[in-house]
Design a protein around this ligand. Structure first.
Ligand SMILES: C[S@@+](CC[C@H](N)C(=O)[O-])C[C@H]1O[C@@H](n2cnc3c(N)ncnc32)[C@H](O)[C@@H]1O
Length: 460
């Protein structure tokens, strides 16, 4: 019998609708007959006679990735033994989620070049999977960065093996060097190894004025410090603009932690899997870098391996005053990963417009909210309002929403009450209750509704 957790995972959507494999998963039997190198890895299940591979065999998963990239994407690809082997359907989901973000009208369209989407893949790895997929599926341009020689060498090889897209992809080395103790560093308090790549063409730390520095509060809130090479700041060049960055970070603090999933054999060296402070510290550094780089990127995104880290990172984003936070869940077999996206580009003000009419959703803008208040303040304020009206209400800080259950009397009393300041905010509350007059005929029916806040603050 499947475990409860497994069943829950299976019930959730697992694959993006535009993913090549959303309707038809890879057919191992057909691939085996087409590609003799793959054939030895395919066996037929005694239970249902279906063709399968042994997911705990690294060579089998690597060969599967090779034939899927060749057969379905026209890509030549290889990685040396032990390097992290990506699963193509899973990695494609992240690409399509970014495609959705770029197509949405959540933030203002400030793009300079509407024709070419330009992305930055932080830690592209030897496999260079995201640039290869993004360029071949969608024609996107990429800079893929990495720190290790093996990653840089093989990423380059994988790009050169695909001349039809090689013009679209630049592989960029992240320079690491011994720190000069007298040098001022925006991340100085984060440890002696934290340094920038320098180089005259790069965005050096010397150019960043004190007013841009992350607040002391922000710095102190990072529980785990990233003490390692630069990530964006010092790697992104002056004047460079990107539509997005993406990152599949080193998730773990130790290799022991990384080895906890014996059900798959995706490989992964220490350099790929581990960094000081794990993913929490790595992504916290990306957030700090984004505070400096602001609108150099329209969207900052990262994959996250642990839900507890997602909570921590959303709280950190709240502190730095981003304009938008979006999250998603990627289900990869029996493992869950989360996508976190944020932006400093002003919101477009068209939020939810597409959802309004049909699904009984109402969207509205809160005008006159002062800059120092974030979406969380708005949520807390709304929560205070509903609680004080006697309703049952629950704030979900991950989804940025409040679930409310109210009786007819409570609804009526809320609709007729005078506007009052709630919590930290004093705004004109023009909350529209859903049109439920029919449903409220009976005293006994409770009204269930949710309030989501998508925008944190408006940049002027
Ligand atoms: C988990 S692997 C991801 C590889 C590939 N993107 C994928 O999805 O399979 C993380 C990668 O980040 C690289 N890395 C670690 N620190 C980095 C940094 N400061 N800047 C750029 N890359 C870094 C590692 O060398 C490794 O290749």
């Amino acid at each position: 019998m499947p475990s409860k957790k497994r069943k829950r995972v299976a019930e959730r959507g697992t694959i993006h609708p535009r993913n090549k494999y959303s309707e038809k998963p890879p057919d191992f039997g057909a691939l085996a007959s087409l590609y003799p190198s793959f054939e030895p890895y395919v066996f037929y299940s005694s239970k249902d006679g279906r063709p399968r591979i042994d997911w705990t065999d690294y060579n089998a998963t690597r060969e599967l990735t090779r034939v899927l990239l060749l057969h379905d994407h026209g890509l030549n690809w290889w990685i040396p033994d032990g390097q992290l082997c990506p699963t193509v359907p899973n990695r494609s989901n992240y690409i399509h989620w970014i495609e959705d973000l770029l197509a949405s009208d959540i933030i203002l369209n400030t793009r300079i070049d509407d024709n070419v989407v330009k992305g930055f893949d932080i830690g592209t790895g030897a496999n260079c999977i995201y640039p290869l997929l993004g360029a071949s599926l969608l024609g996107w341009r990429f800079v893929g960065s990495d720190i290790t020689d093996v990653a840089l060498e093989w990423a380059e090889r994988n790009v050169r093996s695909n001349p039809h897209i090689s013009e679209l992809i630049e592989i960029r080395k992240v320079h690491t060097r011994e720190k000069n103790p007298e040098e001022e560093d925006v991340h100085a308090e984060q440890g002696p190894d934290s340094d920038d790549s320098g180089g005259s063409s790069n965005r050096g730390v010397a150019e960043i004025g004190p007013s841009c520095l992350p607040s002391a509060k922000l710095q102190s809130s990072a529980q785990k410090k990233y003490q390692a090479p630069p990530i964006l700041l010092g790697v992104v060049k002056d004047e460079e603009k990107f539509d997005f960055c993406m990152c599949n970070p080193p998730f773990f603090e130790t290799m022991e932690e990384a080895g906890l999933n014996p059900k798959t054999a995706c490989g992964g060296t220490k350099e790929e899997m581990v960094c000081p402070g794990g993913e929490q510290a790595f992504i916290a550094r990306i957030i700090e870098d984004s505070v400096q780089l602001k609108q150099c990127f329209r969207w900052y995104t990262s994959m996250i391996g642990r839900k507890s880290n997602l909570k921590f990172l959303i709280a950190k984003l709240r502190e730095v005053g981003v304009t938008v936070v979006k999250t998603t869940e990627f289900v990869q077999g029996q493992t869950c990963r989360w996508g976190l996206a944020w932006s400093f580009v002003p919101p477009s003000g068209k939020i939810l417009s597409s959802q309004v009419s049909e699904s009984n959703n109402k969207s509205f803008m809160l005008e006159g909210v002062q800059r120092q208040y974030s979406a969380f303040h708005v949520l807390q304020s709304a929560e205070s309002f509903f609680c004080s009206s006697g309703t049952s209400c629950k704030l979900d800080s991950i989804q940025f929403k409040i679930d409310v259950i109210a009786s007819k009397d409570q609804c009526e009393s809320m609709l007729t009450s005078e506007t009052e300041p709630y919590g930290a905010l004093s705004y004109q509350h023009n909350l529209e209750m859903p049109d439920v007059s029919n449903q409220l005929d009976s005293q006994s029916i409770d009204l269930h509704f949710s309030i989501s806040v998508i925008i944190l603050a408006l940049n002027s």
